[in-house]
Design a protein around this ligand. Structure first.
Ligand SMILES: [Zn+2]
Length: 266
């Protein structure tokens, strides 16, 4: 039973952070023998300490050898994580050219609107092409990153977001707009809207900032390395996004009226 608990912990830590499972194995392998008698709380504290040391000191240089780099992790930068959980779980790794492109776009956004930064959500794990960053099956090679929309509060621009996780608080279609979610659900794609359960807490006092979100999309699609940008059809229509790189992701994915999915060619 004890071994089963360790196996479950290793699998879960691997699924959410990629390297956490290995750190768990090293930590609990070390404490198993000959250091019996160390309390569980102490073992877990050492695990956390080891995990953060590995995450911030060991993983970045190793990932660089394999062609992936971390996105900036402080919220004071023009390109910043929406939630610190993303870098803490090693979910902010991309190819160097994508980071460079994102930093350039964020700089330009900030020049136009000093109150605005670019907030990223899930990108990829640091290692191994094909290793998916769940629940995103396609985020497996450092070429993809999810970005937040812009919102206003009392007409004021800023970086506030309606969902703590960055996912699941949707910009719903208006009655006159095509409802892609209803269409996908009616055709049996049940998981299409399941991100509504992943908000980690949400708020209703923000207004979708269509003009600023459109500006971000247009800066992205102008870049030659951009392969595609995914957004829900009613927002593509509402924002009048006509560039061929702006696309619908299909019903087999999840709805994209809470974030943008940005992906580069190589
Ligand atoms: Zn995505």
């Amino acid at each position: 039973m004890k071994a089963l608990g360790h196996i479950i912990a290793i699998v879960l830590w691997t699924l959410v952070s990629q390297v956490g499972g290995i750190v768990w194995l090293i930590n609990y392998g070390y404490f198993r023998w000959p250091k019996r008698g160390v309390s569980r709380t102490r073992q877990f504290c050492v695990f956390l300490l080891l995990y953060f040391l590995v995450t911030f000191l060991v993983v970045p240089p190793l990932a660089r050898l394999g062609g992936r780099v971390p996105l900036p992790i402080t919220k004071s930068k023009n390109l910043r994580p929406h939630n610190y959980i993303t870098p803490l779980l090693n979910r902010h790794y991309v190819r160097p050219q994508l980071r460079q492109q994102l930093i350039g776009i964020a700089q330009e956004i900030n020049t136009h609107h000093p109150a605005h930064k670019v907030s990223y959500l899930d990108a990829s794990f640091p290692f191994v092409d094909g290793f998916p960053l769940l629940p995103h099956l396609s985020h497996n090679d450092g070429r993809k990153v999810d970005l937040s929309f812009y919102y206003t509060k009392d007409k004021k621009k800023g970086n506030l977001k309606p969902a703590r996780s960055g996912y699941g608080q949707f910009v719903e279609p208006k009655p006159t707009e095509f409802n892609q979610t209803a269409d996908c659900l009616s055709r049996g794609y049940g998981p299409y809207a399941y991100t509504k359960y992943l908000t980690l807490g949400s708020r209703d006092d923000l207004e979708f900032d269509a003009a600023s979100t459109k500006q971000l999309v247009n800066l992205i699609v102008q870049e030659s390395l951009t392969q595609k940008l995914l957004i829900e059809p009613h927002l593509k229509h509402r924002l009048q996004l006509t560039h061929p790189k702006v696309r619908f992701q299909g019903c087999q994915a999840v709805r994209h009226d809470d974030h943008l999915h940005y992906q580069i060619v190589r």
